[in-house]
Design a protein around this ligand. Structure first.
Ligand SMILES: Cc1ncc(COP(=O)(O)O)c(C=O)c1O
Length: 416
């Protein structure tokens, strides 16, 4: 018999195996200083494009003041216990009511973390007779929620409504046999490449098939639709979304999340969702902070307007310079370049060290071999100077990539 840790020590996993080369630089980098358009990386100022603080609320003085007041008043413990037992308060309820109104649903329920929250929502919504049909590129939290499902599940091709329909036909056959129902899951905005989920076309299939629709709008909430009410509102089909999910970890610049739906469905989830029944309630400092942030979304439309001014400047500037930014329909700005993983590593170092531009990098196996994806997240705290610096930097690194400079440098490093 083996020791359990033998396998773990022998194989660090698909990402872990790169730890020696990547840790501290490509993964687990330490960005320092206040969260803003300019932060410090390894002691140097960089234009930061890798923080999902879309509305720039993380360091907004009014938000910081409320966070500080709430921390002074309640500390980080209050309330203790799960919502159902001893962790329920008037302010939790107030926030839920305000969120429900904001996203045009009857009721909402707070979740202490987005990841576990949506995972547990999926687990609670379906029983073994039900069938789940979900986008193959769904976020890990959706995939993990589906993993808990004891019944049938089908994936459809990414954002492909024809493929969804084929799978709805299959799912309908299964559900007719088992006597169950169907849950379709999409994201409002796909966070890696920035396309909006084709929510309107998916919802239109409700005329032909019987299913309920769950949307994870982590990147759409706060950035799309009136005042940031999300992708469903932007596409005019919020009513067709049966369960709406958004996290506080992006536009709200905080921690926590919520689901919104008809009151009876929220009541069911409140009494049956294991991640909330058996875990501590969202801390008051986060609840008070979320109330303030939501107030900013409702009453400061100029913040979202500033975000989109930056998004438009960045995306149109990249397109004018001939960069391939895929088919983004959101703030998420991917830039696709052709190159190998070693070239990508040299390129990112150059971008950070010599041009002072910090963004995330994605390579194979997340995207096809031979492609490099640089992912930029514009926020309301950026300005047009940040955009100009970045456009210049991108033009320079592309020139170096195409002329083989990075290839030669990466070969020189490998041969050392
Ligand atoms: C699409 C999507 N869903 C859910 C989550 C999880 O949210 P949280 O960070 O609140 O756990 C994320 C976070 O990255 C996300 O991108």
């Amino acid at each position: 018999m083996k020791d359990l840790f033998d396998r773990i020590l022998a194989n660090k996993g698909p990402l872990g195996k790169w730890a020696d080369q990547a840790e501290g630089y490509f993964v687990f980098p330490k960005l320092e200083g206040p969260i803003s358009n300019r932060m410090k990386f390894q002691g140097k100022e960089v234009v930061t494009w890798s923080v999902n603080d879309y509305l720039g609320l993380a360091n907004h003085p009014e938000v910081r003041e409320i966070d500080a007041q709430a921390a002074a008043e309640y500390g980080s413990a209050y309330p203790m216990g799960a919502r159902m037992m001893s962790g329920h308060t008037e302010l939790h309820e107030q926030l839920e009511n305000e969120l429900a109104t904001f996203v045009d649903k009857e009721a909402a329920y707070l979740l202490n973390f987005g990841y576990q929250g949506i995972l547990s929502t999926i687990d609670t919504l379906v029983s073994k007779n039900d069938v789940i049909v979900y986008d193959v590129d769904a976020h890990a939290c959706i995939i993990d929620g589906v993993r808990l499902h004891l019944g049938k599940r089908f994936t459809y091709k990414h954002n492909d409504v024809e493929s969804l329909e084929k799978n709805l036909v299959r799912a309908t056959k299964v559900a007719e046999k088992t006597g169950g129902g169907i849950l379709v899951i999409s994201e409002g905005v796909f966070g890696m490449r920035g396309e909006q989920g084709r929510l309107k076309e998916i919802a239109a299939l409700k005329g032909k098939y019987n299913f309920r629709f769950l949307v994870d709008d982590a990147h759409g909430f706060g950035t799309l639709g009136k005042n940031g009410a999300g992708a469903g509102v932007a596409q005019g089909i919020q009513d067709e979304i049966d369960v709406y999910f958004a996290t506080f970890a992006k536009s709200m610049a905080s921690t926590g999340a919520f689901i919104a739906a008809d009151r009876e469905i929220i009541n069911f989830l409140k009494y049956n969702m294991r991640s909330q029944m058996f875990a501590k309630s969202l801390q008051m400092v986060l609840v008070k902070g979320a109330l303030k942030r939501l107030d900013m979304l409702r009453n400061r439309p100029e913040i979202m307007a500033k975000l989109w001014e930056n998004v438009d400047a960045l995306q149109s500037g990249l397109k004018e310079r001939g960069f391939d930014i895929g088919s983004t329909q959101s703030c998420v700005t991917p830039v696709y370049l052709k190159g190998s993983i070693p070239e990508a590593m040299v390129l990112v170092r150059d971008l950070r060290e010599n041009f002072g531009v910090f963004c995330s990098i994605v390579v194979y196996p997340v995207i096809p071999k031979g492609l490099i994806l640089l992912r930029l997240i514009p926020t309301a705290s950026h300005n047009l100077e940040d955009v100009a610096i970045t456009l210049e930097a991108f033009s320079s690194i592309r020139e170096r990539l195409e002329s083989g400079v990075y290839k030669r440098q990466s070969e020189a490093i490998q041969s050392v």
